[in-house]
Design a binder for this molecule. Structure first.
Ligand SMILES: NC(=O)c1ccc[n+]([C@@H]2O[C@H](COP(=O)([O-])OP(=O)(O)OC[C@H]3O[C@@H](n4cnc5c(N)ncnc54)[C@H](OP(=O)(O)O)[C@@H]3O)[C@@H](O)[C@H]2O)c1
Length: 302
């Protein structure tokens, strides 16, 4: 049995990784403030990644064969507002972790973001030059560069916007929409923000695929199709049979945002598909999710 250390296991994606583990791998997940965010029965430890000595001690005690480095300040607005605080975790701690993994010859898989791209072309491949337009994207790119230099055998995964089952402490934008429809209020969604939405479960599968293949380098990881948030909302409403739910299309310019968000960020998945990863269409991901999510009173499930 090999050991996988998952930093940020108490976050949204960490929940899915611990929920759908890879056979033959023991998972130890780290949390910081929210232990209850760790999927039940997963082994865990509390780790503040901004404390270099704690990282070192954890790696020495646990002796993992691989690390999935998820822990981050993942909100674009929060990174924009607090660049110094967020850089300490998103960039500095990531670089420290990479140094220690290099020292101990541990495989590192880092979760970066589609936000490293500028939104100026239709489909991004890993060959396209990143040019982030917000602080979060700049931090992710800086971490990528440190990690790539320190540990060339690492895998860096640029992930699209995630949705899926909520954990007790972390959820995706979809939960907010379902709750809004439940109270018979309209959901507002951008018609001009295009993304390649991916479920947390599929993202976990993509990361495990890279681990199994011992892949290194940069990989995009997204769902099968790109669509606007508005189209995604209509699809979710249809699949969840929330026919009374209203969706109001808006343009990005109509809503003030703390951080700039590139309007079109669609990812080309070919490179990760060549490793054996199969992306899914959001339609099928949402159908699978519908079976898992408790439906609001007043709405029936077929
Ligand atoms: N969700 C998405 O749509 C998406 C898309 C693309 C890329 N990503 C990337 O994928 C990764 C996971 O995203 P996510 O949505 O699961 O993030 P998340 O829900 O915001 O979780 C962040 C995690 O980081 C941990 N953390 C915060 N401060 C820490 C510290 N000082 N030391 C150690 N851990 C700390 C949190 O622990 P506590 O909660 O216990 O404090 C939590 O487990 C991130 O790197 C994110 O940038 C996410």
């Amino acid at each position: 049995m090999k050991t996988l250390l998952v930093t940020g296991a108490s976050g949204f994606l960490g929940w899915h990784i611990c929920r759908y583990p890879l056979p033959g791998w023991r998972i130890i997940g780290t949390h910081w403030q929210n232990r209850e965010g760790i999927f039940p029965k997963t082994e865990y430890l509390k780790l503040d990644l901004t404390e270099k000595d704690f990282i070192w001690k954890s790696l020495k005690d646990i002796r993992p064969d691989a690390v999935f480095h998820l822990a981050a300040y993942s909100g674009t607005g929060y990174c924009e507002e607090f660049p110094e605080k967020t850089r300490r975790l998103n960039v500095d701690a990531s670089a420290h972790l990479a140094e220690m993994c290099a020292d101990r010859k541990i495989k590192l898989i880092f979760t970066s973001s589609e936000q490293v791209y500028d939104g100026q072309k239709s489909h991004y491949t890993e060959e396209d030059t990143p040019s982030p337009k917000n602080e979060y994207g700049r931090q992710k790119l800086a971490a990528e560069r440190f990690i790539g230099e320190i540990l060339p055998a690492s895998a860096i995964v640029r992930i699209a916007v995630l949705f899926g089952q909520a954990s007790p402490v972390a959820r995706s934008f979809l939960q907010q929409w379902l709750e809004t429809w439940q109270t018979f209020l309209p959901v507002t969604a951008f018609h001009d923000e295009i993304r390649s939405f991916l479920s947390g479960r599929s993202a976990a599968a993509g990361l495990f695929q890279l681990l199994q293949q011992d892949a290194s380098g940069i990989f995009n990881l997204s769902g099968e199709a790109s669509m606007s948030r508005y189209e995604f909302a209509l699809l979710a409403r249809e699949i969840f049979e929330l026919t009374e739910g209203k969706v109001i299309p808006k343009s990005q310019q109509e809503i003030e945002m703390t951080a700039y968000r590139p309007p079109v960020l669609a990812l080309d998945n070919q490179k990760i598909m060549d490793t054996g990863f199969q992306p899914s269409h959001p339609k099928y991901e949402l159908k699978a999710l519908k079976k898992e999510i408790f439906l609001p009173p007043g709405f029936s499930e077929n």
